[in-house]
Design a protein around this ligand. Structure first.
Ligand SMILES: Nc1ncnc2c1ncn2[C@@H]1O[C@H](COP(=O)(O)OP(=O)(O)O)[C@@H](O)[C@H]1O
Ligand SMILES: O=P(O)(O)OC[C@H]1O[C@](O)(COP(=O)(O)O)[C@@H](O)[C@@H]1O
Ligand SMILES: [Mg+2]
Length: 492
């Protein structure tokens, strides 16, 4: 069968219905290869699933992005519900699947790999599954790693990724050539915002060439900077692991006179780890994140607050996200514009800089000698194995990805929206970053738990509200009654 000619770039598939219902649907292989044969889903004969009353997902099931509604609210945006379908578009023997992990580590990568392998093998009888070694560049520069349930057995108890990862090395044409040459027809791409952009471009090229290849993204972000989904796998584990550093900082601070425990946590552009770790700990007196500007000197500044807390308590704990206060560091050091292999800006070390500034400020104060203990657990919070809850989360995610590919869906990321797994078109994942909204309730809860100043002027608040405008379109569920965009943080 000759493939239908594909247009330059695929267009969003948007379906509208009554009362403002909008379905942001995902591509399907039949969009560009018509008349593909279908097969009964082998799961219908699987003893574990055969007894479930309604195991297969109804074709009309969609998940609402809007969870808080008023009596007359339009129904708003919906996503296609993930899960097994009655009919599949691949014969088990014909499937040749590959898995790749890209970007920084995240707890749970091995769990997702294991669960993709086991779901393909145990549910769909697929035997040809390979790992692409060392991220995107492995497609064209390395041999593949055969993956079987035996190889994947127990890997979820280890941190990292057994197939390796990397930044940079993305070459769209070479990657799709490799997919085509190896006869791969299901591609599972696990990675963060950069990876999903790459995955989207791989899907477009696959479609342009008319290949019967399902491309499914699985969102991985320790920073929790991917929009739409509730949160990423590994995020809970990272927040839990961060408690160990905060506890150590608190013990040091409490035991030494006038002592400040300073902890730096990951969070390049989004301060979710710092915010949640602070809320969970309750020992933190100040949390600094990239989304909330702060200043050191003068009334309402950080130094004034430190002095107040030390006088009141004799100690304090500060948590700073790595991306916080970058503009302050750039002002006092010679600004650099170095980037990593993927093009992400390399950050200046806010933790060391802040330690020096605080020490420098109190150095000449004979009435208040301070002691500062700096803890930088950066890689320790992401190199650990995932906790039990992230393992369950990763299992659902991987199974949903496999069901989607088998059902012929492609060009999408899988992830939970209000606790239900969905297929989300790539463009919704890549168009913006998820950030802590400092005019939102969660940040207010955090502020009230630490009692820190907000460091904000009215101008900052207005700017922060304006920054929330989605770059491409105003979605009705993001427009509050006062006309301002008021996107809730997606982690609840
Ligand atoms: N805009 C992009 N288009 C295509 N590939 C990209 C893009 N941004 C990043 N990548 C590739 O995705 C991979 C991971 O990106 P990176 O930003 O390092 O991590 P993450 O996916 O975790 O955000 C790298 O191999 C990088 O080259
Ligand atoms: O030193 P590396 O490996 O580049 O990783 C550091 C970066 O990785 C992260 O943990 C996550 O980044 P990605 O999601 O882009 O992989 C950032 O918080 C951090 O800045
Ligand atoms: Mg990233």
């Amino acid at each position: 069968m000759s493939p239908a000619p594909a247009t330059a770039l695929s267009q969003p598939k948007v379906v509208t219905g009554d009362y403002g219902y909008v379905l942001e649907d995902v591509p399907h292989l039949t969009d560009y290869i018509p008349d593909l044969p279908t097969y009964p889903n082998p799961l219908q004969d699987n003893p574990a699933y055969a007894v479930v009353k309604q195991y297969f997902v109804d074709m009309d099931d969609t998940i609402s992005q809007k969870i808080v509604v008023h009596v007359n609210s339009p129904r708003g945006t919906h996503f296609r519900r993930a899960g097994p379908r009655q009919k599949v578009y691949f014969k088990s023997d014909d499937v040749h699947a590959c898995i790749v992990t890209c970007g920084g580590l995240c707890p749970g990568l091995n769990t997702v790999i294991r669960e993709i392998v086991c779901s393909l093998h145990d549910m769909y009888g697929v035997t040809r599954i390979v790992g692409i070694e060392g991220g995107y560049k492995g497609f064209y520069s390395r041999n593949t790693i055969p993956l079987t349930p035996k190889v994947a057995n127990g890997i979820h108890k280890r941190g990292g990724t057994i197939i390796g990862t990397s930044r940079g090395g993305y070459d769209n044409k070479k990657i799709v050539n490799s997919i085509e040459d190896r006869g791969i027809n299901q591609v599972y791409i696990i990675g963060g915002d950069g990876t999903q952009k790459g995955a989207s471009a791989i899907y477009e090229e696959v479609r342009r060439r008319g290949l019967k290849v399902a491309v499914i993204g699985i969102p991985k972000t320790i920073d929790n900077d991917i929009p739409v989904i509730d949160k990423s796998f590994g995020f809970d584990t990272a927040v839990e692991e961060a408690q160990r550093a905060i506890n150590a900082a608190h013990v040091e601070a409490e035991s030494n006179e006038n002592c400040i425990g300073l902890v730096k946590l990951m969070g390049r552009n989004s301060g979710f780890i710092a915010m949640y770790a602070t809320l969970a700990s309750r020992d933190v007196d100040c949390c600094l994140i990239p989304e909330s500007p702060f200043y050191l000197e003068g009334p309402g500044g950080l130094f004034e607050y430190i002095e107040k807390r030390i006088k009141e308590n004799g100690h304090m704990v500060i948590v700073v996200a790595e991306g916080a206060g970058q503009e302050l560091v750039a002002e006092s050091l010679r600004a650099t514009n170095n980037k990593d292999a993927s093009g992400n800006k390399l950050l200046d070390d806010i933790g060391l800089w802040l330690s020096q500034k605080i020490k420098g400020h109190f150095k000449n104060r004979t009435d208040m000698e301070i002691n500062l203990k700096y803890i930088d657990p950066t890689y320790m919070i992401r190199a650990v194995p995932s906790n039990a809850s992230d393992n369950v989360y990763s299992t659902l995610l991987a199974q949903s990805a496999v069901h989607g590919a088998m059902a012929g869906y492609t060009g999408c990321t899988v992830g939970p929206v209000h606790g239900r797994e969905c297929y989300i078109p790539f463009y919704r994942i890549t168009e913006m970053q998820n950030k802590v909204v400092i005019t939102d309730r969660m940040w207010a809860r955090m502020l009230s738990s630490t009692n820190q100043p907000s460091f904000l002027s009215t101008k900052d608040i207005i700017e922060s509200i304006m920054d929330e405008a989605p770059p491409t379109q105003l979605l009705d569920d993001q427009v509050a009654e006062n006309g301002l965009v008021n996107k809730e943080t997606t982690v609840c």
